[in-house]
Design a protein around this ligand. Structure first.
Ligand SMILES: [Zn+2]
Length: 123
């Protein structure tokens, strides 16, 4: 699971509607997988990202290269786009747990796949 996916996941346990994002990472195993650099894709996704969550998540997996705020010239800043590319698309969570900051529900990640299924009483 790439960090871009994690940036779009929130807890969906019944009545867990506040403070349910981003899911906290615990005991994760991270793998870097090289991917083609596509500047246009990054420019398009930029406005859709929850930036603060992404920065914090990247730090949790040992990547401290993202700036605290998106630079004003982001779209033309090749250096920034490369750093973003590495964090967002090349950083994979292979295994571990994602924990809801509100209800503490644990979503496991196994073989790179997040399991977002809930038990019947949680739906
Ligand atoms: Zn929750």
């Amino acid at each position: 699971m790439r960090l871009i996916t994690h940036n779009m996941l929130q807890c969906h346990v019944k009545n867990c509607n506040d403070n349910n994002f981003p899911l906290r990472l615990e005991e994760v195993e991270v793998e870097l997988v090289e991917a083609d650099f596509q500047a246009d894709f990054l420019r398009n996704i930029l406005g859709k990202l929850e930036w603060e969550a992404l920065v914090n998540t990247a730090v949790q997996v040992g990547n401290t290269s993202l700036p605290a705020t998106i630079p004003d010239n982001a779209a033309d800043n090749e250096e920034f786009l490369k750093v973003l590319h590495n964090a967002l698309l090349e950083t994979h969570i292979q295994s571990g747990n994602m924990v809801c900051p509100n209800c503490q529900h644990v979503y496991p990640v196994k073989d790179g796949i997040p399991n977002m299924l809930l038990a019947e009483h949680e739906i």
